[in-house]
Design a protein around this ligand. Sequence first.
Ligand code: WQD
Length: 338
Amino acid sequence: MVGRMTATSSLDGTVLVTGGAGYIGSHTVRSLREAGRDVVVLDSLELGRREAVIDAPLVVGDIADRDLVVATCNEHGVTQLVHFAAYKAVGESMEQPAKYWRNNVAGSVELYEAAMAAGVQDVVFSSSCSVNGTPEITPVTETAPIHPESVYAESKAMVERILYWYGQTSGLNSVALRYFNAAGASFDARIGEDWAYSQNLVPLAMKAVLLKDRELSVFGNDYDTPDGTCIRDYIHVADLADAHVKSLDYLGRGGASTAVNVGTGIGSSVLDVLNATAAAAGEPVPYSIAPRRDGDPVTTYADPRFAEETIGWTAQYGLTEIIDSAFAWHKSQVDLGR
Ligand code: WQD
């Protein structure tokens, strides 16, 4: 450990990944290891899966456990932090707001305090395009108004502000990555999204075509879009993972704290997703048209230019790779009886 303690760049130390047993976290752990970084994962395993942590040690515990975080950082020579661990269900956040304020907001404060006490310099934080609410202008840039429309989204916006102020008061450097619609699985079908917990379109479309136990509800087909359904920016989880690796590099090179939109810049409709799923499955997705869902923006997609300018990142994959990899993963899980 002595060599690590004398590191001159934060890039020479270990990366602590909270929530590294979760969906995006586990892909990021893998990408960091492939980039040659030392990694330690902290995950409560409440929603994460032990087997999703590939090639890195796992510490089971809570982000708000200060002694555990300090001890983990010291033991592993942690210099950089990637903070995923959070609840992310928009509907639940409106019913149980305290859960989101406690874990997503207060838990993040405890984590940052402990990490800074242990010498951590750089943080990459999982934020969300939902901090902008329903965008007035697309593509969405980083200067778009912050206008959360749920407790979940507000919890992300608050932690962005908390990070801004830690930059001012403590010199902590951070990148808040505002994810658009994360989807897809690893190309070797080893890790992917657990559809048991997800209410998102791609896993629900996979469920509908693979299990055939229910029709997918398409929430509205009378919007002012080319096919009448809502438009989103679906981003492959491997591309998202790469954005974290590049953000840590950026911070390690002395990059200034900022927030970055992480999307492809390309919008796809709900029916585009269902058509791509049908192509992957070789059969149509059973669906019916349902009423519009409350609070759904009609159209949102990222302006990806700032991500390229700052962290040097652009998406490599599109909707076909997202859907093909998601289908292969979910089919493998069904075949295994999961
Ligand atoms: C996508 C599209 C639905 C389910 C969520 C969070 C947001 C961010 C990204 C993390 C919409 C339609 C969906 C269904 C459907 N997450 N749909 N039938 O709402 O764009 O964004 O993930 O920070 O905060 O809110 O994602 O996957 O729920 O919906 O027609 O059964 O699919 O109307 O147009 P959303 P989603």
